[in-house]
Write a protein that binds this ligand. Structure first.
Ligand code: SAH
Length: 253
């Protein structure tokens, strides 16, 4: 057991079935599972989907998987760090996974990268992270993760899983989330990278007023905000993605 690799296994068939069925898979689907562990869910996925690619970093688990299910025709087992896997080389795919929590954000950002044809992701994540992902403006959960994920996908929490369901139990509860990739973003900006820079800068000093937090982007930020009708004394966490888009365009202009 390697705690370093965030190994907490799910064996309860009812929970695994609920995760698999909420992914809405069909024979036409290519499914990627990140961190299959002992492979219980991998086998279920292979019964629903056309093809399954299971990416497991732990050498020992990976060899075990190859021995046990490596001969199933539509399962491909890859022994690799998921953060190095070339997702952009895949045709359109769905992800279904109880992922390693220590790299939740890097995994999600990697799946949302340009050129990666992710359709949906059904992920078991830490409950608090799930709540940050779906958060709307106005609360402490709302931040860069909410805005980035909601820019690219429509996220939802499907159900919660008690820490007691895992072997060994982690210190946190979990939630299963579903991300559906948007066909087009909720706001249109001339420069996406600039939008993300504005968002990250605004939240880098959460407790500062907007005009103070955004000062590194422009000396005239106070005037720009006032012209947009956005009170410079507001905090980043009260702004909608539309507000951030308007600030981005004004900074470009
Ligand atoms: N999905 C399994 C295991 C979840 S625990 C289950 O539900 O039972 C997380 C799994 O991710 C472990 O098997 C761990 O070895 C694997 N893992 C950890 N870091 C990884 C990485 N960087 N790339 C791929 N897999 C990783």
């Amino acid at each position: 057991m390697k705690r370093r690799l965030g190994q907490h296994f799910l064996f309860e068939p009812q929970i695994l079935e609920r995760i698999v069925s909420s992914a809405g898979l069909g024979r036409e689907d290519l499914v990627v599972e990140i961190g299959p562990g002992k492979g219980r869910m991998t086998e279920m996925l292979a019964r629903q989907a056309g093809r399954v690619i299971a990416i497991e970093y732990d050498r020992y688990l990976c060899e075990e998987l190859k021995t046990r299910i490596g001969n199933v025709k539509n399962i491909e087992i890859v022994c690799e760090d998921v953060l190095r896997y070339p997702f952009n080389a895949l045709p359109p795919f769905k992800v279904v996974a109880n992922i390693p929590y220590y790299i939740t954000t890097p995994i999600i950002f990697k799946l949302l990268e340009g050129g990666v044809r992710l359709e949906t992701a059904t992920l078991t994540v830490q409950k608090e992270v799930a709540e940050r992902i779906i958060a709307l403006p106005g609360g402490k959960d709302y931040g860069v993760l909410s805005l980035m994920v909601q820019y690219y996908t429509e996220p939802a929490i499907l159900f919660y899983i008690s820490r007691k369901a895992f072997v060994p139990p982690p210190k946190v509860d979990s939630a299963v989330i579903h991300l559906r990739r948007r066909e087009r973003p909720p706001v249109i900006v001339s420069d996406e990278a600039m939008l993300f820079r504005v968002i990250k800068t605004a939240f880098s000093q959460r407790r500062k007023t907007l005009s103070n937090a955004l000062k590194p982007l422009s000396r005239n930020i106070r005037d720009i905000l006032e012209e947009l009708g956005i009170d410079p004394k507001r905090r980043a966490e009260t702004l909608t993605i539309e507000d951030f888009a308007r600030i981005t365009e004004a900074l470009k202009g």
